[in-house]
Design a protein around this ligand. Structure first.
Ligand code: ADP
Length: 428
């Protein structure tokens, strides 16, 4: 073929590819490549283009089905998150919001579009009580991100319109190779629950109050009858009276415990602080439990240091000491040992009460200060007990700015310690 003719031929045959490339340039690979009838050097070009178009079509089909699957899974995830009744917010490792479900939008009054990518701490203020705004460093999410551990608690949140409401909150960090890469906050508006709690506490406190007076009067009358100066009652009758007296005392203890707990729950613990001599108060508390000590033949050893006077409500302090002493006797062996120690390091006073009793099983240790908790070995050794004493003791000690803890091993005894600050004034 002549050169000129060849060029004409090449131009013509290749021009059949122009519409294919024109469409491909805008992402359309739908046009089929038709291989020319004439088999020559251009046939290879057409076959090559045809293979290329087919490969690209396959890739596009693969990508489309992947995209569809991804979209479906994202839609499913959104539907899943939105079907959760609790509010849910996920943040990245810096605390920036990456996900929020519908319930969270409704509870807080923000939409996801308004707050996506912003710092959670800047959007939602969090409070301990109604008033004290938590700083960034002690927000639960910071604690969870730093420690890599779940944080649970009741707090107050502020909505978009700055009104506050109580929330029950769980913050769980999500980890990659042991490092926090974000956190999920799940929260619930617990306004109603708090109202019910308040009503329960109010009812409990009213009932306990009303029961205390007649029970106190019954105790007084029984004491008079038990004195029986003219030997009016037979031995049997006196024995029965003593049993009734014991039952009455137990009811009084329970009613007093319930009253204390409801006062703590309502934040209404009576408080009339006075400067007291701690060692003196402990001696008086020991007198109060002397019957129990004698009955169980317990040997008591009280070691003191010179202590400065402490400003504290004497009635509450006595309740704390009597409670700890009574436990150290109740859960002790017959002929057991009771050691009381007071120490002063000029910053705080530490009081320790050690017994040689049944001890606290490992599986019960975490719950010892919980309301109504009693370990199985304690219920076996002493069937009477409310499980409220240590809850009250811990609440009082912490309200004074002190700490309480214990060491114990089953069958080897327990030591309860608590501290009272002396450098600063104990808060009223
Ligand atoms: P209670 O003595 O009425 O059961 P507390 O609140 O005083 O209630 O104590 C809670 C639980 O803690 C007890 O039931 C017991 O299991 C455990 N406990 C407290 N003190 C001691 C102790 N000194 N030795 C062994 N167990 C103790």
């Amino acid at each position: 073929m002549e050169d000129k003719n060849y060029k004409e031929y090449a131009k013509k045959i290749l021009s059949q590819l122009t519409p294919i490339f024109a469409k491909a340039s805008v992402g359309d690979f739908s046009q089929d490549v038709e291989i020319p009838d004439q088999d020559d050097e251009f046939t290879q070009v057409f076959v090559g283009v045809q293979i290329m178009v087919e490969v690209i079509r396959e890739k596009i089909a693969e990508q489309t089905s992947l995209n569809e699957a991804l979209l479906k899974s994202l839609e499913e995830k959104d539907a899943l998150l939105d079907s959760v009744g609790d509010g849910l917010i996920a943040t990245d490792e810096k605390g920036r919001i990456v996900v929020m479900n519908k319930a969270a939008e409704q509870i807080l009054g923000w939409t996801l579009d308004e707050i996506l990518g912003k710092f959670l701490a800047e959007i939602v203020s969090i409070f301990d009580g109604q008033d004290s705004n938590k700083s960034l460093s002690n927000r639960p999410i910071t604690e969870a991100l730093v420690s890599g551990k779940k944080v649970v608690g009741d707090f107050f949140y502020a909505r978009k319109n700055q009104t506050k409401f109580p929330v029950g909150l769980t913050v769980t960090p999500y980890l990659l190779e042991g490092k926090s890469i974000g956190a999920i906050e799940v929260f619930r508006d617990i306004t109603f629950q708090k109202e019910v709690d308040k009503m329960k506490s109010g009812f409990l406190s009213l009932a306990a109050h009303e029961l205390r007076t007649p029970l106190g009067l019954i105790r007084w009358h029984l004491e008079l009858l038990l004195q029986d100066p003219h030997n009016f009652f037979s031995k049997e009758v006196r024995e029965e009276l003593r049993k009734v007296y014991g039952d009455n005392l137990r009811m009084l203890t329970l009613v007093n415990d319930l009253l204390n707990v409801s006062r703590i729950d309502e934040g209404k613990v009576p408080n009339t602080p006075k400067l007291i001599d701690i060692n003196q108060e402990i001696k008086m508390a020991l007198k109060e439990v002397s019957d129990l000590v004698n009955k169980k033949l317990i040997k008591v050893n009280f070691q003191t240091q010179d202590l400065p006077p402490i400003l504290i409500d004497p009635k509450r302090f006595k309740e704390v000491i009597v409670n700890l002493l009574a436990n150290a006797i109740k859960y002790n062996q017959v002929n057991g040992q009771l050691d009381i120690n007071t120490k002063n390091d000029n910053l705080e006073i530490e009081i320790s009460i050690k017994d040689s009793g049944i001890g606290i099983p490992d599986n019960a240790k975490a719950q010892i200060f919980n309301k109504f908790f009693r370990a199985d070995n304690a219920s076996l050794s002493d069937s009477e007990g409310t499980g409220l004493g240590l809850f009250v003791v811990k609440s009082y000690v912490e309200s004074w700015g002190g700490k309480i803890w214990f060491e114990s091993q089953q069958y080897q005894g327990s030591t309860f310690h608590f501290t009272l600050p002396i450098a600063k004034k104990i808060p009223a």
